[in-house]
Design a protein around this ligand. Structure first.
Ligand SMILES: C[S@@+](CC[C@H](N)C(=O)[O-])C[C@H]1O[C@@H](n2cnc3c(N)ncnc32)[C@H](O)[C@@H]1O
Length: 312
């Protein structure tokens, strides 16, 4: 087993093109895996200096493993740790045959909220019939960054609540009873339902109406308004600012900057939605540079990223 210097980035589903914009100096591409490693050079890439967002998982300690048989490859992986997720690329069948010889892990939908898994989840693919590329350490505790929630098909009026749930899982804390949340771009009310169901008091702002049954929830107040013309002082102190407004990333940044300057919001979860096919990386970098915050592509995100900032 030979460790190589660098990373392997697994592109967010459908957004390989954005990942390649972020990684113009990729050393190889295998399916949705974009490699930036070399056998000889020192680590060629400083992730903190040049952040990468359009990934579902990043392999942090890639290695190459030459092997003769499927069982030999499986044995070598098992000797490192229990959980390995296959990422089939060119030698898909053979990759899955190796996976068949590895311990299985539960992939049942998870009921929200759940404890984030703590066991490391490795990842591997085959570069040729006898050469495996793998990493025991990855950024996501889920296989290739993927997991499903046990869905509520009756109460929320849209499925958008799943990305708020996922963001809250990554945040590691929840809005609770008595906390005040602003939900901007709330219609038809999936996020408002999720926040109100946790016991928080929600002020839902949208130019469009909320689904009536969400508007009737006891801890929901609804305001038909352009969120961006509301100043922080108009709203007052809030525990959570949640935004799923469809807008240009720049418009969101302009509004969020006012909230940051005001100091009136403690926690933020905002979707930064790309417009058309464009990736506005400059604005995303502005969000990412806010101290104590991070930008992720969540498994439940589409052509958008999620910005999370939590009170210290
Ligand atoms: C993706 S939808 C939100 C879905 C919602 N989070 C849910 O869970 O059901 C985006 C919403 O942004 C709203 N929107 C767009 N521009 C807005 C603005 N300037 N102020 C308030 N709402 C806006 C749209 O009316 C739309 O309802």
């Amino acid at each position: 087993m030979d460790f190589v210097q660098g990373y392997v980035f697994h592109a967010a589903d459908g957004f390989l093109r954005h990942l390649l914009e972020e990684l113009p100096s990729a050393t190889r591409i295998d399916g949705d895996l974009v490699s930036l490693w070399s056998k000889e050079e020192p680590r060629p890439f400083d992730l903190s200096a040049r952040p990468v967002f359009w990934t579902r998982n990043t392999w942090l300690e890639p290695f190459l493993l030459e092997f003769n048989s499927i069982s030999e490859a499986a044995r070598a992986l098992k000797s490192l740790q229990r959980n390995w997720s296959p990422t089939p690329t060119a030698f898909a069948r053979r990759t899955l045959l190796i996976a068949d010889q590895l311990p299985h892990f539960p992939s049942k939908p998870r009921a929200f909220p759940f404890e984030m898994p703590t066991a490391p989840m490795g990842a591997f693919t085959l570069l040729d019939e006898h050469l495996l590329l793998g990493s025991a350490k990855c950024t996501s505790p889920f296989p290739s960054g993927a997991f499903e929630f046990v869905e509520n098909k009756d109460d929320p009026p849209s499925r958008a609540y799943r990305k708020l749930w996922e963001a809250l899982e990554f945040a590691g804390k929840l809005p609770g009873p008595g906390e005040r949340c602003l939900d901007a771009g709330a219609s038809p009310g999936g996020w408002t339902w999720a926040l109100a169901s946790l016991g928080a008091n929600v002020l839902s702002v949208d130019r469009a109406p909320l689904e009536p049954r969400i508007e009737r929830m006891p801890n929901v107040t609804c305001m038909r308004h352009d969120a961006f013309t509301l100043k922080p002082e108009d709203i007052g102190p809030i525990d959570w600012l949640c935004s799923d407004v469809i807008c240009y990333p720049e418009a969101l940044w302009k509004w969020i900057s006012k909230w940051l300057d005001s100091g009136l919001a403690r926690n933020f979860i905002c979707t930064i939605k790309m417009q058309g096919s464009v990736y506005d990386r400059d604005t995303v970098l502005r969000f990412a540079s806010v101290p104590g915050s991070r930008v992720l592509h969540l498994w439940h995100n589409k052509h958008e990223l999620t910005w999370i900032k939590l009170s210290p």
